[in-house]
Design a protein around this ligand. Structure first.
Ligand code: NAD
Ligand code: UGA
Length: 463
């Protein structure tokens, strides 16, 4: 039996470890966190995150070979392998503020491992980190005077929220980076063996440490770049009556381009794309590559433009003012099938409309609590309403900001009847049947497609 510890019981620690534990019943897994409320929630029936399939896998493993705890020091001492999946947000202070990764949680963990270890261990970077962080980790850990040896591995996580369990069960690849020394190779092989319990060997890629660390940032940068690319094209589609879905389909059929991640939207959100690209930008600057930095920075700037463009289009279409108008925001989560609102474009749009003095009501099936917390600086300016019908009642406009499938099933005739006329739908996810909505009487504004509105013909649409 191997004692495996995961430090950090967030989205990553909390969804990866139960899956690994379910496939490795002979090993003992403990997940620790400094956040007591979070650990209490992991021990209850009300898990702290919503993720399809997670409840089942946690109830299969919890109390058998998977345990949650706040006693980090004790579990560090017992562990053979330690995964570190603490948060690595963008730095908000000092040198590199707004770009560099804030490694304070990471470094604290390294020091805590050092203080509490009484045996040699493998330490695995699961968090997304700047390239060459493992070097600092090794330096801290191997500075010990206890005669202990630590092998640091990089094993970045590629799961996406909303499909985390499926992604873990059937990953495209598992990436493990390690030192090319005898003990480094042995450590890599131990981790390979763990994953090989359910992942075919040819999907387990081993590389040097730096390739592994950098690949994680690059994977997110490339994914986000595709969304910014198609979103930039959505703007020109709206000027030319081209349809961005048709363009995406036409280009995506070319296998060299591929069809995934070409859905134009109000913008990408989530805790990682923005922070990881900004981190890549910072690293490029640090290594004296300003042209490369500017190239990647544009992906983030294009995303900010798309969010701002969407909100500005709402205001312009509603006769250049939304002051005092009730607007129902459908969706708070940064994507469907998650309760996560971190960097959600819904919150950015919400803030802009509030600046325009709109009367905002926000609805979402799972993410309202998180949205309320993220927007607490706005006090009671927003109404949170779990029922979309109630949210839309007496509204001038609905904005679709998260692609929840349940929004396609609503009775839009009923919604239309309950709204102020002219009634608007701004579909930031191109989710709904626009023609049908138009026929019901709505003025419909998709992303990157011609608007379906009667107002233009009457010459009363704002510029
Ligand atoms: P999170 O904020 O949900 O969870 C991190 C947890 O670590 C928190 O609960 C926090 O309390 C805990 N923590 C911080 N310092 C600690 C310490 N010293 N001891 C014990 N616990 C501590 O973050 P997350 O979304 O799980 O992301 C974690 C890392 O994984 C980040 O680097 C992120 O970039 C990366 N990542 C995230 C995703 C994702 O979908 N969320 C996917 C791939 C990679
Ligand atoms: C993303 C990556 O997909 C994961 O591989 C990675 O592990 C993870 O980031 C991470 O490092 O945190 P995630 O942010 O959970 O996963 O979700 P995605 O499915 O990538 O969506 C990100 C955002 O892009 C969402 O707001 C989504 O709505 C948007 N998106 C996605 C689009 O606007 N268009 C698309 O075509 C695809």
């Amino acid at each position: 039996m191997t004692n495996i510890l995961c430090i950090g019981a967030g989205y990553v620690g909390g969804s990866t470890m139960p899956v690994i534990a379910s496939h490795c019943p002979e090993h003992r897994f403990v997940i620790v966190d400094i956040n007591e409320a979070r650990i209490a929630a992991w021990q209850s029936d009300q898990l702290p995150i919503y993720e399809p399939g997670l409840d089942e896998i946690v109830s299969q493993t919890r109390g058998k070979n998977l345990f949650f705890s706040t006693e980090t020091d004790r579990h560090i001492a017992e562990a053979d392998i330690i995964f570190v999946s603490v948060n690595t947000p963008t730095k908000t202070f000092g040198h590199g503020a707004g770009r560099a990764a804030d490694l304070q949680f990471w470094e604290k963990t390294a020091r805590q491992i050092l203080e509490n270890s009484t045996s040699s261990k493998i330490v695995v970077e699961k968090s997304t980190l700047p390239v060459r962080t493992a070097e600092a980790m090794e330096r801290i850990l191997n500075s010990n005077t206890k005669g202990l040896h630590f092998d640091v591995l990089s094993n970045p996580e590629f799961l996406a929220e909303g499909t985390a369990i499926r992604d873990m069960q059937n990953p495209d690849r598992v990436l493990i980076g390690g030192r090319e020394t005898g003990s480094g190779r042995k450590a890599v092989e131990r981790l390979v063996e763990l994953y090989a319990h359910w992942v075919p060997r040819d999907r387990i890629i081993t590389t040097n440490l730096w390739s592994s660390e950098l690949s994680k940032l690059v994977a997110n940068a490339f994914l986000a770049q595709r969304i910014s690319s198609i979103n930039s094209i959505s703007a020109i589609c709206e000027k030319t009556e081209a349809d961005v879905s048709e363009v995406a389909n036409a280009i995506g059929r070319d296998e060299r381009i591929g069809r995934y991640f070409l859905r134009a939207s109000v913008g990408f959100g989530g805790s990682c794309f923005r922070k990881d690209i900004l981190n890549l930008v910072y690293l490029c600057e640090h290594y004296g590559l300003p042209e490369v930095a500017r190239y990647w920075e544009q992906v983030v700037l294009m995303n900010e433009y798309q969010e701002a463009r969407f909100a500005a289009n709402m205001v312009a279409s509603m006769f250049n003012t939304v002051a005092g108008k009730r607007i129902a925001l459908f969706g708070a989560a940064f994507k469907a099938h998650t309760s996560d609102t971190r960097e959600s474009p819904a919150l950015a749009v919400c803030r802009t409309l509030l600046e325009e003095k709109a009367d905002i009501v926000m609805t979402d099936p799972y993410a309202l609590d998180n949205a309320c917390q993220d927007l607490q600086d706005l006090g009671n300016q927003i109404t949170y309403e779990p029922d979309p019908y109630a949210a839309a009642r007496n509204a001038h406009a609905i904005a679709i900001l998260t692609e929840w499938p349940q929004y396609t099933q609503l009775d839009y005739e009923r919604i239309y009847q309950s709204m102020v006329k002219p009634a608007f739908v701004f579909d930031g996810r191109n989710l709904l049947d626009h023609k049908k909505l138009y026929e019901l009487g709505f003025n419909v504004y998709p992303i990157g497609k011609p608007a379906l509105t009667r107002l233009v013909n009457h010459g009363i649409e704002a510029a």
